[in-house]
Design a protein around this ligand. Sequence first.
Ligand code: SAM
Length: 206
Amino acid sequence: MPLIRVRQHVNPLARKFQTPIDPPIWEQVFSQTNQPLHLDIGSGRGRFLLQMAQRELKWNFLGLEIREPLVTEANRLAGQLDWQNLHYLFCNVNNSLEPILSSLPTGVLQRVTIQFPDPWFKSRHAKRRVVQPQLVSHLANYLVVGGEVFIQSDQHFLATQMCDRLQEHPAFNGVWLSENPLVPTEREIATQNKGEPIYRALFVKR
Ligand SMILES: C[S@@+](CC[C@H](N)C(=O)[O-])C[C@H]1O[C@@H](n2cnc3c(N)ncnc32)[C@H](O)[C@@H]1O
């Protein structure tokens, strides 16, 4: 199937991305709204969650992605599945995460993945990076005790910065991992094929 072409990067601070979304009616999205929820932040084309959703039918999977054409296409593919445990939302995580999490049934958020987020190399663009203290604080507020945050990057400085943001929050305790305990993402496969290193860590909510 041909991949749709979209802009590589969008600036999450652009004016058009500043309005938080209205969360959906979850009963119209998932058939079992009280199942544990896995949230994938920056879900890209969504193939990672597509595989996860087929493996773990007793979980719900929600991808958040700022590039709308990718979300439309990912939801089209998810709609072809029989089980209704997978959905993607077009949003800017940096302003829509809290309204989304606060609208979910209490206690469902059990796993979060943030994989290969855009690095925004220049320090004057650091505010465009997705893992900011406020995002960590929202995750700490809504994850269940024992809930997990798995992060990966091909950029050592970014992986370290994400770990620092999580570790400095009293709710999180993390360890570096050498292997991915889940399934590989598209970016991960591309990085592995180039023989480049990947930095991974797992944080657990206390
Ligand atoms: C490099 S891609 C990685 C995609 C996927 N996680 C993977 O590993 O293959 C990073 C994704 O995060 C999305 N993204 C960046 N900033 C975002 C934001 N503020 N809100 C939602 N998505 C964002 C980008 O559009 C992009 O699709």
